[in-house]
Design a protein around this ligand. Structure first.
Ligand code: GDP
Length: 431
């Protein structure tokens, strides 16, 4: 059985927690896109971890973790994360890295930083980890694959060719000194030996696992609204966070993905720039931000305060549709326990018209939220383990959201730990 755990919003929905939880019953956990630009926070018996590149199955000894070819592989981050786990007493994970994955190079990070600085007030709010330049090079066909590390003549040739072009760009657009191709080569080749035991033809491995009926979890990064084709372009990320893309990024048959667990937050948060219709400001935002997540809504990669707002049913319905959700995991419900009334955005007003479908970015920028007010439950629900034991107004909130988005809510997460989960059986849901 192949299951995808993906984001239905703007990212940071708690996918790491859900994957870590579901990994207990999985044989393989796969990252299929993105890079170290987002963090998955996991709280388990080893402590609290923010994983950036490693799949969330690394805490389970029986799981094989795969970094597939769709991922932007920043090898220093990978090694740092492995060292960090070892220091904190986590047994060395089983990890395979696709021989076709491409390397996120030092010049990608540099380009990302320089470009955000050049844009100034018009910057995208990139995490400056080199993701956009990395994917640009991939589609320009100047990327460097992991397999190239083991063909030194080819590697050298590719690095030289890249540096020649980059140096023209760095000089003319950013007026900074050029790259030293020798130094870049020396850095990249230094990854070779440590990486080698992990390198594999992961598409072949995964296709065999699909045929053998193994339990495979595909772990998405960010959320549907950050998809470059369907999201809030250009305030999107540079690779597709959609479950469908797992077929491309991991090289498995599209029909093999049987269930798509779409993780959705009980309120909204967003990092980076771009329209965010239900965004809160001032004291209301500060309170939600402080109470949100596990110790506040601050970026797992950058530490910057996340933008926060009320639940947006228009955006979430669209996000679930893009993901092809077969089940929804509603997370962070406990966070809302301080509110007497909870606004939920059920439609947008754009140029005087009420709409319930998610528009293109230029229209979204003019959208005003239309709210319905729901009763809060005003108590701590973290200890609840059965859906029916939730306060009535918390159940009403869940059921209202389910009706609004039109997808079955089968998991409710009410705290950061593995144990903070209630299950809800829904007819027709595949989870
Ligand atoms: P991801 O990238 O989707 O995995 O999400 P992040 O890790 O960036 O953000 C989710 C944050 O919420 C983390 O700090 C989690 O520990 C925390 N978290 C996850 N689920 C819950 C929940 O149900 N309640 C609370 N309070 N925190 C949660």
């Amino acid at each position: 059985m192949v299951r995808a755990v993906v984001g239905g919003n703007w990212g940071d929905e708690g996918k790491g927690k859900m994957t870590d939880l579901l990994a207990a019953g999985a044989d393989i956990v796969v990252r299929f896109q993105g890079g170290a630009n987002a963090g998955h926070t996991i709280v388990n018996e080893f402590g609290k971890f923010a994983l950036h590149l490693l799949p969330s199955g690394v805490f389970h000894r029986h799981v094989t973790n795969v970094i597939a070819q769709g991922v932007a592989l920043h090898v220093p981050t990978l090694f740092d994360e492995l060292d960090h786990l070892a220091r904190r007493g986590v047994p060395a994970p089983n990890l395979l890295v696709s021989d076709r994955a491409q390397l996120l190079m030092p010049y990608h990070v540099l380009q990302d930083e320089l470009e955000e600085e050049r844009l100034g007030g018009r910057a995208f709010g990139s995490t400056r980890s080199g993701i956009a330049p990395f994917y640009s090079d991939k589609y320009l066909k100047t990327g460097i694959q992991v397999a190239d590390l083991y063909n030194t003549a080819l590697l050298r040739e590719k690095i030289d060719a890249c540096c020649r072009v980059k140096n023209r760009l760095l000089g003319s657009i950013y007026s900074v000194p050029g790259l030293d191709a020798d130094a870049v080569y020396r850095e990249i080749i230094s990854y070779k030996d440590r990486l080698e035991p992990m390198v594999a033809d992961t598409a072949r491995f995964l296709n065999q696992a699909v045929s053998d009926g193994k339990e495979i979890l595909l772990e998405g990064q960010l959320g549907a609204l950050k998809d470059p084709d369907n999201g809030i372009y250009p305030y999107t990320t540079s690779s597709s966070p959609l479950a469908g893309f797992a077929s491309v990024g991991a090289g498995i048959p599209p029909g093999a993905i049987q269930t798509v667990i779409t993780v959705v937050k009980a309120y909204s948060s967003c990092v980076g720039a771009g329209p965010f219709v239900t965004e809160l400001f001032g004291g209301e935002a500060d309170t939600l931000r402080r109470r949100g997540g596990d110790g506040g809504e601050y970026g797992a990669t950058t530490g910057r305060p996340r933008r926060v707002g009320w639940f947006d049913a228009v955006a979430t319905r669209y996000g679930c549709m893009l993901q092809g959700a077969t089940a929804v995991a509603l997370t962070l419900l406990d966070v809302l326990g301080y509110l007497e009334k909870i606004p939920v955005c059920v439609a947008y007003k754009i140029d005087g018209k009420t709409v319930d479908s998610f528009p293109v970015t230029s229209k979204l920028e003019r959208a005003e939220p239309v709210y319905e007010l729901l009763d809060g439950w005003q108590c701590d629900i973290r200890k609840v383990r059965q859906y029916d034991d939730l306060p009535q107004s918390a159940r009403r909130y869940v059921e209202f959201i389910e009706n609004q988005i039109g997808y079955p809510v089968t998991y409710i997460s009410n705290g950061p730990g593995r144990e903070n989960i209630t299950l809800r059986l829904r007819k027709g849901a595949a989870d």
